[in-house]
Design a protein around this ligand. Structure first.
Ligand code: ADP
Ligand code: ZN
Ligand code: ZN
Length: 696
């Protein structure tokens, strides 16, 4: 045997200890970093990634040998390892945890022979697909570019020619042809023999976009990567990207970690969308990682949005990102006219969800055979049941939240813990038979619209509802969307699921029936999210230029003079952003400050509180704390979920670097703190830090 070498292998360790470093194993030859291996861990054998290929075995140290090298698979490249290492350091997690959580789960189960088999099968299916298509399919032609599109592509090419790959904010109103820019930019990259990565916020948006890319790049391999794939499909897509067989990867946030040896472009569509932030484990922002990755790998990054995040907007304003604009809709289509309905003017206590004026406008669309979208960001029938006699409300016994009434299956369901019961016949506290539904969700809205809306010939309007409840079954969402596209639906009722991204061609009216609640939320990002959502929703109307002239966005509000609605009426994102940024600057909030949130969960408030207080004490002894503000612990917005109390503590600094330096010292100290604390009542069940949290 040759001289044995020590390999450092990144693994997912059973106890979630962040800062767990890769473990050492023995092998008879050195392996390059990025090689996938199987190694013994306690009594199991697990997948790992070689992180450091070779080191001398220190005298007297006994190491276990590797079980197997997955030689069939080319090693992950240094650029991929660098991305994982950066993400782990930035979001304060273990390298192995991040690496393993972003590899396809199926890989964990396979040995070298099985991996070789999968690769052979993939190559064969690609070859046979190519032989089926003879002559090869012809790509759909690209349309003649609008002047604005041509200008944007020209500026992009000029910026790329200057050398360093630019990060670009593509600020284009809805329907301005941003996707066409991604397509053209991708075409150039593919022509150079490189790969393109396109990120979208939601799985529901991938099929339509995939079809567009497939048509344009017929004959090339395009794969998608998202959590809706079966493990086998996900492995196949991942392998195709990793082996360089796929030219284009289309996916949701996890695709930012796709292994792509020839990466030449990253496009992040709807870059402002909150779904780019992972909400568990390593809480990474795929948008931010895309920017980092593009710089590291010399690939331009296109951040597209009609309503950019204020972080991105500010960076573009400061010249860190190149701002390219598509201010008008393709084909001269107008943006929908925004109409505000002042709900204060309605007769007192009418309790109607839909004002008479909006109802008339919906009726109008029906008569013309056009579609409408009615948007309400609350699913279920009613958010709470209430007994007027004794004041009972349908609270969840396990959470500090109401249980939502779902009429279809007559259930009271907690949207936080899932606790589900049949609706009681009478008030559980006083026996009153007359318990009332308070407020309104999509189910009730659908019912009311079905009662009210008729075609001119008297037949009822065809109403479809799309929300998390109606799309629970696999394929249901796609089927419902197809029905909308095919014109089999008159009125689409839905949550934010339908407000984003979809290229509906027949919708000429979009209505938000009750969007006010976000105006006065304690979350500083709520207005930004509301504005983006409403402008996105508005963007679903009048996408067909022929109908654009009479397309409308209706907003029912009790605060018609609010500045947010004024900016919405004018479709003026810049004005909205400027006013928000002024407020943020005065309040010392992002992008003018950098935040991390420490969250703790325990059986009792005292335990969670005790942990956070101890963490604050620990912070005061951590180097670099001078440039950090640590706020007192407070309950999370939903303080108790599934009988677990949740508290959080905000940590803030004007400097990102200072915050990062501080966290890198403070968190290891917190791990030690937890280990040394033995008083049982001080036990926390879980704690985690969220760097750049989205909601606070
Ligand atoms: P966005 O992504 O900005 O909302 P899209 O790229 O989806 O806009 O474009 C909106 C519609 O206009 C799509 O149906 C697209 O096919 C079409 N389109 C885009 N660019 C052009 C063009 N140059 N000529 C004709 N149609 C175009
Ligand atoms: Zn009662
Ligand atoms: Zn609950």
């Amino acid at each position: 045997m040759d001289e044995a070498v020590r390999l450092r292998v990144a693994l997912e360790l059973p106890q979630h200890s962040a800062h767990s470093t890769p473990l050492d194993y023995l092998n008879n030859t050195a392996l390059s970093a990025g090689t996938l291996v199987r190694v013994p861990l306690a009594r199991r054998e697990v997948l790992g990634v070689v992180w450091l290929g070779e080191a001398v075995v220190p005298a007297g140290v006994v190491l276990r040998p590797l079980s197997q090298v997955l030689q069939a698979l080319p090693p992950l490249l240094p650029a991929w390892c660098a991305l994982v290492e950066f993400a782990a350091a930035y979001y304060q997690r273990g390298i192995g945890e991040v690496a393993l959580s972003v590899l396809p789960p199926e890989l964990r189960k396979l040995d070298n022979a099985q991996v070789a088999q999968r690769i052979a099968k993939l190559r064969k299916s690609i070859a046979s697909a190519a032989a089926a298509h003879s002559p090869p399919p012809s790509p759909s032609p690209s349309p003649a570019l609008s002047e604005e599109q041509a200008a944007v592509l020209g500026q992009l090419a000029a910026a790329c020619a200057e050398g360093a790959a630019p990060t670009v904010l593509l600020h284009g109103v809805t329907g301005s042809g941003k996707t066409e820019i991604y397509l053209q930019a991708a075409a150039q990259v593919l022509a150079q023999g490189r790969q393109a990565l396109v990120l979208v916020p939601e799985i529901s948006l991938t099929p339509q976009l995939e079809a567009r890319f497939q048509a344009r790049f017929a004959g090339r391999l395009i794969v998608s990567l998202h959590s809706g794939l079966t493990p086998a499909q996900r492995l196949r897509s991942w392998l195709a990207a990793h082996l360089g067989l796929a030219d284009l990867v289309l996916g949701t946030r996890l695709a930012v970690f796709a292994s792509m040896p020839r990466l030449g472009l990253i496009a992040v569509d709807e870059e402002h969308d909150p779904s780019y932030k992972q909400q568990e484990g390593a809480r990474y922002s795929a948008r931010d990682l895309a920017v980092w990755r593009g710089r590291r790998e010399g690939a331009p990054v296109l951040l597209g949005s009609a309503t950019p995040s204020l972080e991105t907007w500010q960076r573009a304003s400061q010249g860190q990102y190149l701002r390219l604009a598509l201010p008008s809709r393709v084909g001269g289509g107008a943006l929908p006219q925004v109409r505000l309905v002042d709900m204060n003017q309605l007769p007192q206590g009418s309790g109607a969800a839909v004002s008479p004026a909006l109802l008339a406008a919906l009726q109008d669309r029906l008569a013309r055979g056009e579609q409408s979208l009615v948007f309400l960001n609350r699913r279920g029938y009613a958010p709470v049941l209430h007994c007027a006699d004794c004041g009972w409300k349908s609270g969840c016994p396990h959470c500090s939240a109401w249980r939502v009434f779902h009429k279809l299956d007559r259930s009271l369901r907690c949207h936080h813990c899932g606790f589900n019961e049949r609706v009681p016949r009478a008030c559980p506290s006083c026996g009153n038979l007359d318990i009332a539904a308070l407020g309104r969700g999509t189910e009730r809205l659908e019912e009311q619209l079905a009662d009210l809306l008729r075609h001119p010939d008297g037949t009822p309007a065809r109403i479809a509802r799309i929300d998390a409840d109606s799309t629970r079954l696999k394929g249901a969402l796609q089927a419902q969307l197809n029905a909308v596209h095919a014109g089999e639906v008159d009125v689409l009722v839905g949550t934010q699921m339908v407000a984003k991204g979809h290229d509906f061609r027949r919708i000429t009216l979009v209505a938000a029936v009750n969007p006010d609640s976000s105006l006065f939320s304690s979350d500083f990002r709520a207005p930004e999210r509301l504005f983006a959502l409403l402008l996105q929703a508005a963007g679903r109307a009048g996408r067909d230029a022929a109908q654009a002239a009479h397309s409308e966005m209706w907003v029912q509000t009790w605060h018609p003079r609010h500045a947010l609605y004024a900016a919405l009426r004018a479709h003026d994102f810049a004005a909205f952003a400027a006013s928000q940024l002024r407020e943020r600057e005065m309040a010392g909030l992002p992008p003018y400050a950098h935040l991390a949130m420490l969250r703790a969960e325990a059986k009792t408030v005292a335990a969670a509180h005790g942990f956070l207080v101890a963490a604050a004490e620990c912070a005061s002894n951590t180097p670099g704390v001078e440039s950090i503000a640590v706020y007192p612990p407070v309950p999370m917005p939903v303080a108790r979920v599934a009988d677990v109390e949740r508290l959080q503590m905000l940590v803030e600094s004007p400097s990102r670097k200072a915050l990062q330096r501080f966290l890198a010292q403070w968190l290891p100290a917190l791990h030690r703190l937890r280990r040394t604390r033995d008083a049982a009542e001080q036990r926390v069940l879980r704690w985690a830090v969220d760097v750049d949290p989205l909601s606070i």
